[in-house]
Structures are given as structure tokens and as C-alpha cells.
Design a protein around this ligand. Structure first.
Ligand SMILES: [Mn+2]
Length: 372
């Protein structure tokens, strides 16, 4: 009996706006399409039997017609090779009245199936002796695999699910959940998970269960590459799951204590070495105190370095202000007063408010430090 080769992706988020990338957001939106095309290339050249999409293929339930057309074109490439595409709607592209998965546009293709039921339902692919189980996201908030057990009719049994994996004490609530116990008892040869954007192995009791992560990064984080998973199932041996890098850009946040680096010149050299036109880098700087930094033109420094990155953002982190730093500037001085007031302002602020307060602090600091 022949084995089975599957390509697992999820959370592509085609059509995502990337507002935080400003004028470059459009480029990254285009990159998502290019990367998805690369995933299709990979499926064809690797001669997989099926592509599994574990939710959030689109960023919205109502993508632009041109975007649906692009996906149709890509899936057609698989279809004409006889390669199956099995899609579970996610939380962003959920099954909605009038939404992309309610129409028959994608499923007009002979080898495309969208899971539209609200419970795990099998799609049998007789030519592969395969049953694929999947479901559309439901607002249940409980373990959706509880009590589920795949039947033994087909040789191969694979699941697709867009859900959070229950980690007691850490992850316990979400629309769709799946537990270690239910994965262990699922009788599946592989469970393709989506919803979490970084890759992860959640296999339990001989049931391989993986998040593929996004093929192209969507948010600033640890800077990891976008990947897909190549899954090989073979009679009599454990599943082989191999990550393959397909993403182009990386998005990274870096905390940097400049007190160990030197002054602006050394900071420039330090960041210059990290230059990469496919890297989005946010640097949160700490320890910017003393004469070395008094004349630093932060905007200029950022402007000089920015063209060497996809995007570069320097942020002066309020976390960098220690009691010791404040003591450097006695309370009776203007700088001392400013730092104390700014610190109070930033305390307890989050998100957009914190960003605004940080920017105000940075501007104030620049002006004050520049004074003779
Ligand atoms: Mn997602």
C-alpha cells in the first residue's frame, strides 16, 4: 500500500492590510500572494497528494473578487495535476452568509473541498484510500474533538482544525478548542492545526498534531521564518513531518541596552550589521543616558538606516528608565523634572496610548538633551 504525502499550511491571511508597515504594507500584502504561489509550486514539484489548509486562508470572510480569483487560479494549478485541496474555514474567513466559502466558486474545481459543517465531517477520497475530517469554526468555546474518533473504513485518516490547543493554566478559552486527550483518542494519522501563527508540535499519544504557522509572517515577533509542513505517512513507520521555509520576510522585535554598546556611532554600526531588506525590525532601546547621547539626532539615525531594512523602527523604551537613570538627572534640573513626569505619564499606559507617550518622551528627550 502506497504512502501519503501532504502539504500543510494555515493562516495565510491573504488580503491582510499590514497597517503597521505604513507605505510598505501594500508590498507585504502582495508578498502573501507570492508566498502562497510558492506553496502551490512546492505542492506540485513535491508531487503531494493533497494540500491541507487549516483556516484563515483569507484575512476576511468577504475577500475582494480579485483575491478570490487569484486563489482560484492557484488551486486550479493543483486541480489540473490531480492534487486535492482541503480547506477548513477559520476565524477570519469564517463561514458566513454571502461569504467566500458559501459560494461555490472554489469548490467548482473537482479536487477542492471546503468543510462547511459545524462538526467534524469526513470527506472520503477513494483514490487515495483517505478520509479527511474537518469542520468550520463554530462559536462553541469547548473541546470540539471531545468524543471524536475517526472511523477505520479508509486506510488513512487525517484531520484539519482551526482551534487553540488547551494548555491548562495558559490557554483555556477560545471559540474553538482542542485538548490533548481528544487528540490522543482521535484515531487520526495526522491532525493539521491552524489558528496559532507560529509552528508547533502538539502531538499526543502517537497522534501527530502540528500547527504549521503562517507561510509568511504577519506580525512583529521573534523573527522566525514563514513555513509550511511536509507530511509523509507511510505504512509501518511514524509520520515524518518536515518544516520547509517558504516565507520571504522576517519581522523581529529586539530589546537593546545601549549602555553596553557605546554611543550613536557604535549603535549605527551595530544596527548596520543587521541590515536586511527583507527584515522588519523594531528596536526598543534602553540605557540611553549620558553625554554620548546628548547630541544624538534620532530621526536622522533612523533615516540613514531605514533604507537598508524592509522597515526599521527605533523606540526608546520606558522600561529602560531605572531609578538609577532618574538619579542621573537631579530633580531640580529641567531634565530631571521631565524624566520624572514622563515616567509617571507612561505608567499604566498600553498599546496606542503607550506609543504616543513614548513618542512624546522621545521628542522631549531629544530637545532637552540637545540643549547646551
Ligand atoms: Mn490566523
Amino acid at each position: 500500500m502506497a504512502g501519503l504525502r501532504l502539504l500543510h499550511t494555515a493562516d495565510v491571511h491573504l488580503g491582510a492590510a499590514f497597517g503597521f508597515l505604513g507605505r510598505r504594507g501594500r508590498e507585504q500584502r502582495d508578498q502573501l500572494k507570492a508566498t502562497f504561489s510558492r506553496v502551490i509550486d512546492l505542492a506540485i514539484t513535491s508531487q503531494v497528494d493533497a494540500l491541507l489548509v487549516a483556516g484563515d486562508l483569507f484575512d476576511s470572510a468577504y475577500p475582494q473578487p480579485a483575491l478570490v480569483g487569484e486563489v482560484m487560479y492557484q488551486l486550479q494549478r493543483l486541480d489540473s495535476e490531480g492534487i486535492w485541496t482541503l480547506i477548513a474555514p477559520g476565524t477570519h474567513d469564517r463561514l458566513q452568509p454571502g461569504g467566500v466559502y458559501e459560494s461555490d466558486e472554489l469548490t467548482k474545481l473537482a479536487h477542492v473541498h471546503v468543510f462547511r459543517d459545524r462538526e467534524m465531517t469526513a470527506r472520503s477520497i477513494s483514490g487515495l484510500d483517505l478520509d479527511v475530517y474537518g469542520m468550520a469554526v463554530d462559536r462553541e468555546g469547548k473541546d470540539v474533538l471531545s468524543g471524536f474518533r475517526a472511523g477505520d473504513a479508509a486506510r488513512w485518516r487525517v484531520g484539519i482544525l482551526h482551534a487553540s490547543f488547551i494548555l491548562p493554566g495558559k490557554v483555556e478559552r477560545d471559540e474553538m478548542l482542542v485538548s490533548a486527550e481528544s487528540v490522543a483518542g482521535s484515531n487520526l494519522h495526522y491532525l493539521a492545526l491552524g489558528h496559532w501563527h507560529t509552528q508547533g508540535d502538539y502531538s499526543r499519544n502517537n497522534t501527530p498534531a502540528f500547527y504549521s504557522g503562517s507561510p509568511e509572517p504577519l506580525d512583529i515577533g521573534s523573527g522566525e521564518e514563514g513555513r509550511v509542513l511536509m507530511v509523509e505517512l507511510e505504512e509501518g513507520s511514524p509520520a515524518r513531518v518536515k518544516p520547509i521555509s517558504v516565507g520571504r520576510r522576517r519581522m523581529s522585535r529586539l530589546e537593546l541596552d545601549v549602555s553596553g554598546i557605546g554611543g550613536p556611532t557604535e549603535l549605527y554600526a551595530y544596527l548596520r550589521r543587521m541590515a536586511d531588506r527583507d527584515l522588519v525590525l523594531e528596536v526598543r532601546l534602553k540605557g540611553i543616558w549620558g553625554d554620548d547621547w546628548a547630541v544624538c539626532d534620532w530621526d536622522r539615525l533612523e533615516d540613514e538606516l531605514a533604507p537598508l531594512f524592509f522597515q526599521l523602527h527605533l523606540v526608546i523604551s520606558p522600561a529602560g528608565i531605572t531609578a538609577q537613570d532618574v538619579d542621573t538627572y537631579p530633580e531640580r534640573t529641567v531634565m530631571g523634572r521631565f524624566v520624572r513626569i514622563a515616567r509617571e505619564e507612561m505608567e499604566g499606559k498600553e498599546g496606542e496610548e503607550l506609543l504616543v507617550a513614548e513618542e512624546a518622551f522621545r521628542l522631549g528627550l531629544t530637545h532637552l538633551a540637545g540643549r547646551p
